[in-house]
Design a protein around this ligand. Structure first.
Ligand code: FMN
Length: 192
Protein backbone atom coordinates (compact mmCIF):
# COMPACT_ATOMS: atom_id res chain seq x y z
CA UNK A 1 0.00 0.00 0.00
CA UNK A 2 1.28 3.44 -0.96
CA UNK A 3 0.36 6.24 1.45
CA UNK A 4 1.22 9.92 1.22
CA UNK A 5 1.17 12.36 4.09
CA UNK A 6 0.34 16.02 3.49
CA UNK A 7 1.36 18.42 6.25
CA UNK A 8 -0.67 21.61 5.80
CA UNK A 9 1.41 23.62 8.24
CA UNK A 10 4.38 25.89 7.85
CA UNK A 11 5.91 24.59 11.10
CA UNK A 12 8.59 22.06 10.21
CA UNK A 13 8.62 20.58 13.70
CA UNK A 14 5.09 21.57 14.67
CA UNK A 15 2.13 19.57 15.86
CA UNK A 16 0.76 18.68 12.42
CA UNK A 17 4.16 17.31 11.37
CA UNK A 18 4.33 15.16 14.49
CA UNK A 19 0.77 13.86 14.09
CA UNK A 20 1.05 12.97 10.39
CA UNK A 21 4.41 11.27 10.96
CA UNK A 22 3.02 9.19 13.84
CA UNK A 23 0.09 7.99 11.73
CA UNK A 24 2.51 7.10 8.92
CA UNK A 25 4.78 5.30 11.41
CA UNK A 26 1.91 2.96 12.24
CA UNK A 27 1.26 2.36 8.55
CA UNK A 28 4.95 1.66 7.84
CA UNK A 29 5.02 -0.96 10.60
CA UNK A 30 2.34 -2.82 8.65
CA UNK A 31 4.43 -2.72 5.49
CA UNK A 32 3.11 0.39 3.75
CA UNK A 33 5.34 2.58 1.61
CA UNK A 34 5.02 6.17 2.71
CA UNK A 35 6.17 9.62 1.67
CA UNK A 36 5.43 13.06 3.06
CA UNK A 37 4.91 16.50 1.61
CA UNK A 38 5.13 19.46 3.96
CA UNK A 39 4.23 23.08 3.33
CA UNK A 40 7.24 23.97 5.47
CA UNK A 41 9.57 23.20 2.57
CA UNK A 42 7.33 23.31 -0.50
CA UNK A 43 6.41 26.27 -2.64
CA UNK A 44 2.74 25.81 -3.51
CA UNK A 45 0.77 28.73 -4.83
CA UNK A 46 -3.02 29.21 -4.60
CA UNK A 47 -5.28 28.16 -7.49
CA UNK A 48 -5.57 31.00 -10.01
CA UNK A 49 -9.03 29.99 -11.14
CA UNK A 50 -7.91 30.00 -14.78
CA UNK A 51 -9.70 26.69 -15.58
CA UNK A 52 -6.79 25.71 -17.87
CA UNK A 53 -6.65 22.30 -16.17
CA UNK A 54 -10.15 21.55 -17.43
CA UNK A 55 -9.56 22.78 -20.99
CA UNK A 56 -6.73 20.44 -22.01
CA UNK A 57 -4.75 17.47 -20.79
CA UNK A 58 -1.77 19.41 -19.47
CA UNK A 59 -3.02 19.39 -15.89
CA UNK A 60 -2.47 22.40 -13.66
CA UNK A 61 -0.51 25.12 -15.44
CA UNK A 62 1.09 26.40 -12.22
CA UNK A 63 4.49 24.73 -12.31
CA UNK A 64 5.31 24.69 -8.62
CA UNK A 65 5.79 21.96 -6.01
CA UNK A 66 2.13 20.89 -6.23
CA UNK A 67 3.22 19.05 -9.39
CA UNK A 68 5.14 16.61 -7.15
CA UNK A 69 1.97 16.00 -5.16
CA UNK A 70 -0.12 15.47 -8.32
CA UNK A 71 2.40 12.82 -9.43
CA UNK A 72 2.35 11.15 -6.02
CA UNK A 73 -1.46 11.21 -5.90
CA UNK A 74 -1.62 9.15 -9.08
CA UNK A 75 0.10 6.25 -7.31
CA UNK A 76 -1.32 6.68 -3.81
CA UNK A 77 -3.80 4.25 -2.27
CA UNK A 78 -4.32 6.49 0.73
CA UNK A 79 -3.65 10.00 1.99
CA UNK A 80 -3.08 11.27 5.49
CA UNK A 81 -3.98 14.95 5.40
CA UNK A 82 -2.85 16.89 8.47
CA UNK A 83 -4.81 20.09 9.04
CA UNK A 84 -4.20 22.48 11.93
CA UNK A 85 -7.20 24.59 12.91
CA UNK A 86 -6.44 28.26 12.36
CA UNK A 87 -9.21 30.71 13.21
CA UNK A 88 -11.85 28.01 13.35
CA UNK A 89 -11.04 26.40 9.99
CA UNK A 90 -8.31 24.42 8.23
CA UNK A 91 -5.07 26.39 7.76
CA UNK A 92 -4.59 28.46 4.61
CA UNK A 93 -2.09 25.84 3.46
CA UNK A 94 -4.80 23.18 3.77
CA UNK A 95 -7.18 25.27 1.68
CA UNK A 96 -4.54 25.90 -0.98
CA UNK A 97 -3.95 22.13 -1.22
CA UNK A 98 -7.70 21.49 -1.41
CA UNK A 99 -8.30 24.12 -4.10
CA UNK A 100 -5.43 22.77 -6.19
CA UNK A 101 -7.19 19.35 -6.18
CA UNK A 102 -9.55 20.96 -8.69
CA UNK A 103 -7.07 19.89 -11.37
CA UNK A 104 -7.65 16.25 -10.43
CA UNK A 105 -11.04 16.47 -12.12
CA UNK A 106 -9.43 17.41 -15.40
CA UNK A 107 -8.65 15.44 -18.60
CA UNK A 108 -5.16 14.53 -17.31
CA UNK A 109 -6.64 12.72 -14.32
CA UNK A 110 -9.93 11.40 -15.68
CA UNK A 111 -8.40 8.14 -17.04
CA UNK A 112 -6.99 7.59 -13.56
CA UNK A 113 -10.46 7.82 -12.05
CA UNK A 114 -11.97 5.46 -14.64
CA UNK A 115 -9.33 2.75 -14.29
CA UNK A 116 -9.35 2.89 -10.52
CA UNK A 117 -12.85 2.22 -9.32
CA UNK A 118 -11.48 1.97 -5.78
CA UNK A 119 -11.52 5.40 -4.16
CA UNK A 120 -8.44 6.72 -2.41
CA UNK A 121 -8.66 6.34 1.33
CA UNK A 122 -8.26 9.46 3.41
CA UNK A 123 -7.44 10.13 7.02
CA UNK A 124 -8.49 13.69 7.68
CA UNK A 125 -6.46 14.61 10.72
CA UNK A 126 -7.30 17.86 12.51
CA UNK A 127 -5.48 19.38 15.46
CA UNK A 128 -6.26 22.42 17.57
CA UNK A 129 -5.21 24.39 20.61
CA UNK A 130 -8.61 24.36 22.30
CA UNK A 131 -9.38 21.34 24.52
CA UNK A 132 -13.05 21.09 23.44
CA UNK A 133 -13.32 18.37 20.77
CA UNK A 134 -16.82 19.52 19.79
CA UNK A 135 -15.95 23.20 19.34
CA UNK A 136 -15.49 22.94 15.55
CA UNK A 137 -17.61 19.81 15.04
CA UNK A 138 -19.95 21.31 12.44
CA UNK A 139 -16.99 22.60 10.39
CA UNK A 140 -15.13 19.29 10.67
CA UNK A 141 -18.24 17.28 9.71
CA UNK A 142 -18.79 19.60 6.75
CA UNK A 143 -15.15 19.21 5.65
CA UNK A 144 -15.43 15.41 5.85
CA UNK A 145 -18.53 15.57 3.64
CA UNK A 146 -16.73 17.88 1.21
CA UNK A 147 -13.85 15.39 0.79
CA UNK A 148 -16.38 12.59 0.23
CA UNK A 149 -17.95 14.67 -2.53
CA UNK A 150 -14.41 14.96 -3.96
CA UNK A 151 -14.40 11.13 -4.33
CA UNK A 152 -12.30 10.26 -1.27
CA UNK A 153 -13.13 7.36 1.00
CA UNK A 154 -12.77 9.14 4.35
CA UNK A 155 -11.78 6.46 6.85
CA UNK A 156 -11.05 8.43 10.00
CA UNK A 157 -11.28 12.02 11.21
CA UNK A 158 -9.08 12.20 14.32
CA UNK A 159 -9.18 15.54 16.13
CA UNK A 160 -6.23 16.15 18.46
CA UNK A 161 -7.20 18.80 21.00
CA UNK A 162 -5.67 20.77 23.84
CA UNK A 163 -2.41 21.64 22.09
CA UNK A 164 -2.40 25.11 23.66
CA UNK A 165 -1.12 23.35 26.78
CA UNK A 166 1.98 21.89 25.12
CA UNK A 167 3.29 20.34 21.93
CA UNK A 168 1.90 17.08 20.57
CA UNK A 169 5.30 15.39 20.82
CA UNK A 170 5.12 15.64 24.63
CA UNK A 171 1.71 13.98 24.76
CA UNK A 172 2.44 10.33 25.52
CA UNK A 173 -1.30 9.59 25.35
CA UNK A 174 -1.32 10.36 21.62
CA UNK A 175 1.49 8.11 20.42
CA UNK A 176 -0.25 4.73 20.36
CA UNK A 177 -3.62 6.02 19.15
CA UNK A 178 -2.13 7.87 16.18
CA UNK A 179 -0.02 4.89 15.13
CA UNK A 180 -3.14 2.71 15.36
CA UNK A 181 -4.92 4.89 12.78
CA UNK A 182 -2.09 4.28 10.31
CA UNK A 183 -1.93 0.61 11.10
CA UNK A 184 -5.70 0.17 10.64
CA UNK A 185 -5.54 1.90 7.26
CA UNK A 186 -3.16 -0.79 5.98
CA UNK A 187 -4.79 -3.77 7.68
CA UNK A 188 -8.22 -2.83 6.36
CA UNK A 189 -6.75 -2.62 2.85
CA UNK A 190 -5.28 -6.14 3.18
CA UNK A 191 -8.64 -7.66 4.09
CA UNK A 192 -10.22 -6.57 0.80
C1 FMN B 1 -3.02 31.68 13.28
C2 FMN B 1 -3.47 30.64 14.26
C3 FMN B 1 -4.83 30.50 14.51
C4 FMN B 1 -5.27 29.52 15.39
N1 FMN B 1 -6.60 29.40 15.60
C5 FMN B 1 -7.04 28.43 16.45
C6 FMN B 1 -8.44 28.28 16.67
O1 FMN B 1 -9.28 28.98 16.11
N2 FMN B 1 -8.84 27.32 17.55
C7 FMN B 1 -7.95 26.49 18.19
O2 FMN B 1 -8.36 25.63 18.96
N3 FMN B 1 -6.61 26.61 17.97
C8 FMN B 1 -6.15 27.55 17.12
N4 FMN B 1 -4.80 27.68 16.89
C9 FMN B 1 -3.88 26.72 17.51
C10 FMN B 1 -3.46 25.63 16.52
O3 FMN B 1 -4.59 24.97 15.98
C11 FMN B 1 -2.57 24.58 17.17
O4 FMN B 1 -1.50 25.19 17.84
C12 FMN B 1 -2.06 23.60 16.13
O5 FMN B 1 -1.63 22.44 16.80
C13 FMN B 1 -0.95 24.18 15.27
O6 FMN B 1 -0.40 23.19 14.44
P1 FMN B 1 1.08 23.42 13.84
O7 FMN B 1 2.03 23.35 14.99
O8 FMN B 1 1.29 22.31 12.88
O9 FMN B 1 1.04 24.74 13.17
C14 FMN B 1 -4.33 28.66 16.04
C15 FMN B 1 -2.97 28.83 15.78
C16 FMN B 1 -2.54 29.80 14.91
C17 FMN B 1 -1.05 29.95 14.62
Amino acid sequence: MNIIGIIASQREEGNTTFIVNKILEGAKKQGAETSTFSFSNLNIKPCRGCWACHKGDQGCVIKDDMQKIYDALEHADAIVLGLPIYMGQMSAQGKIFTDRLFARFSPRFSPFFKENAVKQKLILSFNQGNPDADLFKSYIDYTKHMFEVLEFDVKEVPVVTGLRNGPACEREDLHTGLKDFGSALVLEGCQK
